[in-house]
Design a protein around this ligand. Structure first.
Ligand SMILES: [Zn+2]
Length: 97
């Protein structure tokens, strides 16, 4: 492995989001992720402070503030979303025709 590649791995957090950036918290059956940077997120955090998931857990997230919660899965109900975070408004896109 080259020295350059090792450096990238050691700094493999997410690039910081611009000041004031917001994101949706996206819920999947087994994890949640950040709508701004796409990295996995801890659903209990108010902003994307920390990456979750294997290998990168604990490294910095992008810092975007979660302002809503959503899912792409039709079988995840609004009750399920409220069970993850009841303080965030639910944002659901209409299913494709
Ligand atoms: Zn993020």
């Amino acid at each position: 492995m080259s020295k350059g590649r090792k450096l990238i791995q050691e700094h493999h957090g997410m690039p910081p989001a611009p000041e004031g950036a917001t994101a949706l918290l996206i819920v999947s059956p087994s994890y949640t992720h950040c709508g701004h940077c796409g990295g996995r997120a801890f659903p209990t955090q108010l902003s994307h402070q920390t990456l979750a998931g294997p290998g990168r857990s604990g490294r910095p997230g992008c810092g975007a503030v979660f302002t809503g919660i959503t899912t792409r899965y039709a079988d995840i109900t609004n009750d399920d979303l409220r069970g993850v975070r009841d303080d965030l408004p639910i944002v659901r896109k209409e299913p494709p025709p």
